[in-house]
Ligand binder design. Structure first.
Ligand SMILES: O=C(O)c1ccccc1NCC(=O)[C@H](O)[C@H](O)COP(=O)(O)O
Length: 202
């Protein structure tokens, strides 16, 4: 199980995620997010991440030049796109050297994309609730009967309490959490991070 803790913004919570055994750390550059970090701060956080733990920059509907500038300045390895970016945009990000995680809602996937998984050139597909980073879940029945692409990642309202049940039911290759490991909106809890990683690994 690949585990990503998203929306990290302090050294303490970043270290908690790494020490707990997370596979990936996420840094949000989408304007308006309560977890927004700037490139200089993200770079300091990324510098603490050991080799072998993935660093992911999270973006939504931002100009391509901004995304590439921020991703390079922060030093993240991977770019995660949550907006309405088109295949040409994905191609430009890939050509700049960043593997891309394509994040879409599970509803959209079932309605439009299930026959086209991978058609944006994404490295991995992340299925989320409609409002990313809001801690909302999507109905498990949404994906019933849908063929799911190899390596897909589950997100949206995951918590230390529900991650075991949801991963057993939906069988993703990875999980991504933000709100479910926070003590208040935008404020990560080291204890909740540890509890989530431990549950997801179990
Ligand atoms: O975290 C945000 O504020 C955010 C803003 C804009 C685009 C994406 C954002 N976050 C993405 C994530 O944190 C996760 O990939 C995912 O949506 C899970 O979020 P949550 O339901 O809060 O666990």
């Amino acid at each position: 199980m690949w585990i990503k803790i998203c929306g990290l913004s302090t050294p303490e919570t970043l270290d908690a995620a790494v020490t707990a055994g997370a596979d990936a750390t996420g840094f949000v550059f989408a304007p308006g997010s309560p977890r927004l970090v700037d490139a200089a701060h993200a770079r300091e956080l990324v510098a603490r991440v050991p080799e072998g733990v993935e660093t992911v920059g999270v973006f939504r509907d931002q100009p391509l030049d901004d995304v590439l500038r921020l991703a390079r300045a922060a030093g993240v390895r991977t770019v995660q796109l949550h907006g309405h970016e088109d295949p040409a945009y994905f191609e430009a990000v890939r050509r700049a050297g960043f593997p891309v995680i394509r994040a879409i809602s599970a509803d959209t996937f079932v309605r439009e994309s299930q026959d086209h998984a991978g058609s944006f050139g994404e490295a991995r597909l992340l299925l989320d609730a409609p409002d990313p980073g809001a801690g909302a879940t999507f109905a498990e029945s949404t994906l019933a009967g849908s063929p799911l692409p190899l390596g897909w990642i589950l997100a949206g309202g995951l918590t230390p309490e529900n991650v075991v049940r949801l991963t057993k039911t939906l069988a993703p290759s990875g999980v991504d959490v933000s709100s479910g490991v926070e003590s208040s909106r935008g404020v990560k809890s080291p204890d909740a991070i540890r509890a989530f990683v431990s549950a997801a690994r179990s």
